[in-house]
Design a protein around this ligand. Structure first.
Ligand code: C2O
Length: 547
């Protein structure tokens, strides 16, 4: 195994998109940021120096960080941010993970532009479980704001209203041919007729689940979230923020140029969102240059599902299975039921500029009615390690909702106003955990992509309506469910995950729509140390940023 050393400098650089230049927070002046490529078993040492005007921390999304929460990164959860002028070195080892992950800023909305791919190849001499593709391409789907994303966030935080939508979706930072001033830079992926390539598709968008398709081509899904899947063929994939999908693509169509395209999958009622389409070009090398007689030189667009096509998203997710029988935990020790959803908080002065939500309220979001608040003076992990939770966090996160109701019903907002708190749920080392994640229909039904730090989990069941333990438990897949780190709740539905709490530390679980995370759609687990050093959190590094 190898150790890879990298230097990341967080700095503002002018970036031009959609005809305008913005001073953009980048890593090493690159947008998107550098791709990290390693092998399973390798270690990474990434020295991060922050010379931008915002404090920041970086998260290695999907990396298990076994016993090493110090390298996980979420600001005020496992570390205090790296302040302007300061440096912190992330050190971690890849243990039993192969496929596609990514890294991103985990401070406010800085991840809008501070993100990149993290590619984990098999160990030397160990092949893919499919024939080795001729080439590999990384496709980072993102969102571009025609203004400073931090200002967009600040405005929403001030007014309590919905956040402004972005101005374009992007492929590797480029909006593509269908947006103004963008066609010069449209990303092109050359391919030889007949050859098969591996596409690593990452949804790094801030607030949007996406459909992705390639004109005239089918894709064979072979992995998600750095876990292999049983290959299945599809014309369209749905990828939520935080998720990754690896597909094989064979150039089996007449030599030409074909669009790859992505646009929103958005199930929230009455929500403003951008329904435009980002494109890149799949370019057969043997394609005739320019237009042939009677032919247009314009690539063909793929058919993308409608923005609210939940049936297609559901069918895609249902196709994902582990390639072999897996060890799903049974004899559950912790049977948890978490609601995930939006909420509204009443304002005493509903006409104030701070109460621009529906009917003079402010938007909020919660799990089990607790709206997660990040501490500001210390990180949760540091407070825990120092044995001083006082004032930073409590461990009374409720295992079930305080009030149960018809989650699919038209819920009166008086019934459900989230209570702010920094509440953790304690897990004993090694406990077998099941969590039902139930969408509430408060304000709107919505597919919430829920991400758990520090773990992979098995997705054993999902459905629509209210979760019914007797009926739904019987249908769980305990044989070959997919393993993921991020999963959608289903709009007006539920999803059930299982894992063994074998990674001690403080681990955040949250909606990966950053607008919802900011509103409090989060909680954290405190997984206690087990017996002896091998089941305990390692000591913090000396350069952990001071609070
Ligand atoms: Cu990819 Cu907590 O995030």
């Amino acid at each position: 195994a190898e150790t890879h050393y990298h230097e990341f400098v967080i700095e503002a650089k002018p970036v031009k998109r959609l005809c305008r230049t913005h001073n953009t927070i980048t890593v090493n002046g690159q947008f998107p940021g550098p791709t990290l490529e390693v092998r399973n078993g390798d270690s990474l040492v990434i020295k991060v120096t922050n010379i931008a005007r915002y404090n920041i921390s970086l998260h290695w999304h999907g990396i298990r960080q076994l016993r090493n929460p110090w390298a996980d990164g979420p600001t005020y959860v496992t570390q205090c941010p790296i302040q302007t002028g300061a440096t912190y070195t992330y050190r971690f080892t890849i243990i039993n993970q192969e496929g596609t992950l990514w890294w991103h800023a985990h401070t406010d909305w800085l991840r809008a532009t501070v993100y990149g791919a993290l590619i984990i190849h098999p160990q030397l001499g160990s092949p893919y479980p499919f024939s080795t593709p001729k080439q590999e391409y990384t496709i980072l789907l993102g969102e571009w704001f025609d203004r400073n994303p931090m200002d967009v966030l600040k405005l929403a935080q001030f007014t309590g209203a919905a956040v402004n939508v972005s101005d374009a979706y992007t492929v590797n930072g480029q909006p593509g041919d269908l947006y103004r001033c963008s066609s010069q830079e449209t990303v092109r992926f050359p391919i030889e007729s007949g050859e098969t390539v591996l596409l690593r598709i990452i949804n790094s968008a801030l607030n949007q689940e996406l459909f992705f398709a390639i004109a005239k081509h089918k894709m064979t899904v072979v992995g998600v979230d750095a876990k292999y899947t049983k290959p299945f063929t599809t014309r369209v994939i749905m990828v939520g923020p935080g998720q990754t999908t690896n597909v094989l693509l064979t150039a089996d169509q007449p030599p030409a140029h074909y669009y790859m395209a992505a646009r929103a999958y958005n199930t929230a009622q009455n929500a403003a969102f951008d329904n435009t389409t980002t494109t890149a070009i799949l370019e057969y090398k043997s394609a005739p240059c320019g237009a042939k007689k009677g032919q247009s030189s314009k690539p063909i667009l793929p058919q993308l599902p409608a923005y609210n096509d939940t049936a297609t998203a559901t069918a895609f997710n249902a196709g994902l299975k582990s390639p072999y029988q897996v060890k799903v935990p049974t004899n559950i020790d912790e049977n948890l039921f978490f609601t995930v959803g939006l909420g509204l908080t009443n304002c005493t002065r509903p006409n104030s500029p701070r109460c621009q939500g529906p009917n003079g309220t402010r938007f909020a979001a919660s799990m089990n009615n607790v709206s997660f608040v990040l501490p500001r003076k210390n990180s949760i992990m540091q407070a825990y390690y120092q044995g001083a939770p006082g004032g930073v966090f409590t461990t009374d996160f409720p295992p079930v909702p305080p009030i149960q109701f018809d989650y699919t019903g038209n819920v009166n907002r008086g019934l459900w106003q989230p209570v702010p708190g920094t509440k953790l749920y304690k897990l004993k080392y090694g406990s077998r955990v099941q969590i039902v994640l139930q969408d509430t229909s408060i304000v709107t039904t919505e597919d919430h992509p829920i991400h758990l730090h520090g773990y992979h989990f098995f997705v054993v069941g999902s459905g629509f309506g209210n979760f019914n333990p007797t009926r739904d438990t019987a249908n769980f897949n305990l044989i070959d469910p997919p393993e993921r780190n991020t999963i959608g709740s289903n709009p007006g539905g539920w999803v059930v995950i299982r894992f063994v709490a074998d990674n001690p530390g403080v681990w955040l679980m949250h909606c990966h729509l950053d607008s919802h995370f900011g509103l409090g759609l989060a909680m954290a687990f405190l997984v206690e140390n087990g017996v002896g050093e091998s089941q305990s959190v390692i000591p913090p590094p000396a350069d952990l940023p001071p609070c």
